[in-house]
Write a protein that binds this ligand. Structure first.
Ligand code: ATP
Length: 559
């Protein structure tokens, strides 16, 4: 199928702001996709990889710009000025192709699969010459593209599709294309996605095997599952009251992981579904030595401890281990870990998602050595009285942990949802995790650094980011330097001293209160926002929700 057909779909999606119409357009595209369906479920959202696949193409906006220049003969200055004007490198590419100075001798029709394979292939180049090869591959695609095709190829590369097609649209479109689009069908697709995290598998199963096939999709080893999220309880008493049969556990401040085990193979996935096995060889060794399971998926919080004092080290410090991919032995010695296990999602070739927590835990406890090794059961008690739970909560805080989790022993495991099956209790008003969508070059001595971060929360219903404030100050030089290094590659366009950024970086933000405001489109503004640290473990869709900002705004006035 020609890439031009997909471009026609993109154009139609661009022309409407109605979610229903977008869903219908995508559903129609899926119905006609035949064996290209898995590819189209990805490309229609501008995605090239499932959430858990390594997705770094190794291509920056400036590298893409270079490929555009090479193909079209347009000079750097001209391209930059179109880019600045449109605020979008895709539009600039379309301009460049239109005014192409160099004519190609042979122009081939672009096939969808060829575009998909070529773009995915960019991630695979390694070592010397890899940048050249990436530029050549992109240039080869652009040489055969018409202006509109070039626009969308470039937007896919730089990750800025902006067509308003989110996970919800894909889910509903699959339900509409292959079933009757009813709530039941949507739920079946949703469940299948929650356990697989892969629309390629879900769509193809829906097309070829129908609803029965979707129901049969299950958790699979080495394909990460979305973690179940907790709700916040205002107090220990509230948490106990809301939980029929409570299990109370320490809430550790570390990195949430799912450890997949099959015989000798062990892989460690983070909450964002990234594979961090290479960074944590100590966890792999500990699993080999301390876990007695032929196959399993175990969930745990990994905490770094100070080897001298034995106290937990703050997550910000510990997160260095997640990023470091070289000299790993050094990091293992500097930041030894304890893996506090708290759930079991899969065991002896069967999914345990529908098994009550009490049974999952009972099985989990038989798998681990209950001694003082690297792998330990999260400290827990079966408590029902407020007094005893309060004293357990104080113990957790005294041990340097974050608070407690109150879990329902009768509950099943609901991947990806913030259901009330586990409630967290922690002290003080919680900070917000927000996405950095823009920044401004600082003044004077700091003029090479990006500051004044524009912050946004995630509106899940609209599937868009909504700004809630700007962080003016309070950053140390070291933080400004780190922020600049992180944000610079994400710049999409620049207006004066203001940079618009691809929304990828999530930070924790502390603040005094939430105010109503006309300055930001969301209608809210944070008062005195302060930097609380990077949340490298979260993606933009994991940022705090708009509805939470609304709720916190309401709650701050009540006792
Ligand atoms: P927070 O910022 O409070 O950690 P969050 O948005 O990162 O919130 P939540 O799901 O709301 O995540 O809070 C639960 C988090 O607490 C889990 O994601 C997990 O990383 C962590 N955690 C620590 N100890 C436990 C435990 N014993 N059981 C479950 N989760 C735990």
């Amino acid at each position: 199928m020609d890439y031009g057909c997909l471009v026609a779909v993109y154009d139609r999606l661009d022309e409407t702001s109605s979610t229903i119409e977008k869903t219908e357009i995508v559903a129609e595209c899926f119905e006609n996709a035949h064996d290209l369906l898995p590819v189209l479920t990805q490309l229609v959202r501008g995605r090239l990889f499932a959430p858990w696949e390594p997705d770094d193409l190794g291509v920056s906006s400036s590298l893409t710009a270079q490929a555009i220049e090479n193909t079209t003969g347009v000079d750097e200055e001209q391209l930059e000025s179109w880019w600045r004007e449109a605020g979008d490198l895709g539009d600039a590419a379309a301009h460049a192709i239109e005014s192409r100075a160099q004519t190609t001798l042979v122009s081939e029709t672009l096939e969808i699969r060829h575009v998909y394979d070529t773009l995915r292939g960019l991630a695979e180049y390694e070592g010397p010459g890899s940048q050249e090869r990436r530029i050549n591959d992109i240039a080869e695609l652009l040489a055969n593209a018409d202006p509109n095709e070039a626009r969308y190829i470039v937007r896919t590369i730089v990750g800025a599709m902006r067509l308003g097609v989110g996970e919800g649209t894909i889910r509903d479109a699959i339900a509409m294309a292959f079933f009757d689009g009813s709530d039941d069908a949507v739920q079946a697709v949703e469940r299948a996605y929650e356990v697989t995290n892969d629309f390629r598998t879900v769509s193809e199963t829906a097309r070829t095997e129908g609803l029965a096939g979707l129901d049969d999709l299950e958790v699979q080893l080495f394909r990460p599952v979305k973690a179940m999220l907790a709700q916040k309880a205002e107090s220990v008493a509230d948490a106990l009251e809301a939980t029929e049969r409570p299990l109370v556990e320490y809430k550790y401040d570390g990195m949430r992981v799912m450890i997949h085990i099959q015989s000798d193979e062990v892989r460690v996935f983070t909450r964002r579904l990234g594979d961090v096995t290479v960074q944590f060889p100590d966890i792999v060794t500990a699993v080999h030595e301390e876990v007695a399971a032929e196959n399993a998926i175990i969930e745990a919080e990994v905490v770094g401890y100070d080897p001298d004092t034995g106290s937990p080290i703050p997550f910000q410090e510990f997160s260095k281990r997640i990023k470091r991919k070289t000299n790993i032995e050094e990091m293992v010695a500097a930041y030894p870990v304890t893996v506090h296990v708290f759930d079991l999602l899969y065991h002896t070739d069967e999914s345990l998602l529908n098994t009550p927590l009490s049974d999952r835990i009972e099985r989990l406890e038989t798998l681990i050595d209950q001694g003082r090794g690297t792998i330990q059961r999260a400290t827990n008690r079966r408590l029902t009285s407020v007094d005893n739970t309060m004293s357990f909560y104080r113990d957790a805080l005294a041990a340097g942990q974050e608070g407690i989790m109150v879990k329902n022993l009768d509950a099943v495991y609901q991947p990806g949802s913030r259901v009330g099956y586990m409630l967290k209790v922690k002290p003080m008003m919680e900070p917000l995790d927000l996405v950095v969508v823009g920044a401004k070059w600082s003044e004077g001595r700091k003029s090479n650094w990006l500051g004044r971060l524009r912050l946004a929360c995630w509106d899940a219903e609209r599937e868009e980011l909504r700004e809630v404030g700007q962080m003016f100050s309070g950053l140390t030089d070291a933080e400004l330097r780190e922020i600049t290094t992180k944000l610079e590659p994400l710049i999409q366009s620049v207006e004066g001293r203001t940079a618009h950024l691809r929304p990828e970086v999530v930070i924790e933000v502390e603040y005094e209160e939430i105010q109503k405001s006309t300055t930001y489109e969301s209608g809210y503004a944070l008062r005195f926002p302060r930097f609380g640290g990077f949340r490298d473990d979260l993606g933009p869709e994991d940022a705090d929700r708009f509805e939470r900002v609304e709720r916190l705004y309401e709650e701050q006035w009540t006792e």
